[in-house]
Design a protein around this ligand. Sequence first.
Ligand code: CA
Ligand code: CA
Length: 219
Amino acid sequence: MQNGKKLVLFLILTVLASSNLYALVLRKSPVPSASAVETGPSIGVYWDQGCTQSVDSISWGTLQVGGTQEVDVYVRNEGSDAFNLALAAQDWQPGNAYDWLSFSWSCGSATVGPGQVVEVALTLGVASDFSGGFSGFSFSIGFKGGSYLLGDINKDGVVDQKDLAILAAAYGSHCANYDYQGEPASPNWNPLADLNGDGVVNLLDLLLLANDWGKTSVG
Ligand code: CA
Ligand code: CA
């Protein structure tokens, strides 16, 4: 290829790349780049740890292609029971925004006790090969709370091999004073693996775990 053609090709690629970039860099654009916040019962979402400023929507501001933007919020359990926090991104507009934007979240403790406040980091990333052709987008974030399934021993939201491994390690063990007063607990006793709470880890607990196998704690 001649140098002149190479230069033209380079310029075309550069313009294409920057048009993609500008497609997503939002300045005074009226198009939304925001997420509505929807909450389940007993969940409050706030900007501050003191829980005085409620979050109705989240603006993602200026996003760069290949970059990420993080927004921190605080979630308070306003009910009387502990729940397992779950977030879901939905209602993407335009529909293909879902293909180019990735939403994720993290918090120190997925279990939120009554009255407890946890900081939640929300992250939105833009694919480095973005060619979605849209300049604005919106989606909603649902904050939900649910209870753990009985079989979710390690409380990571799903009943799988990790839970089975914990139960297997404690299998056959019993608590202190199980057969007679003063009897010590088995060396491998783990009360978390005693799903039915009868003081021994046996087939009954395994069956309870099997009943939840493959299920997720928060639907
Ligand atoms: Ca689990
Ligand atoms: Ca048991």
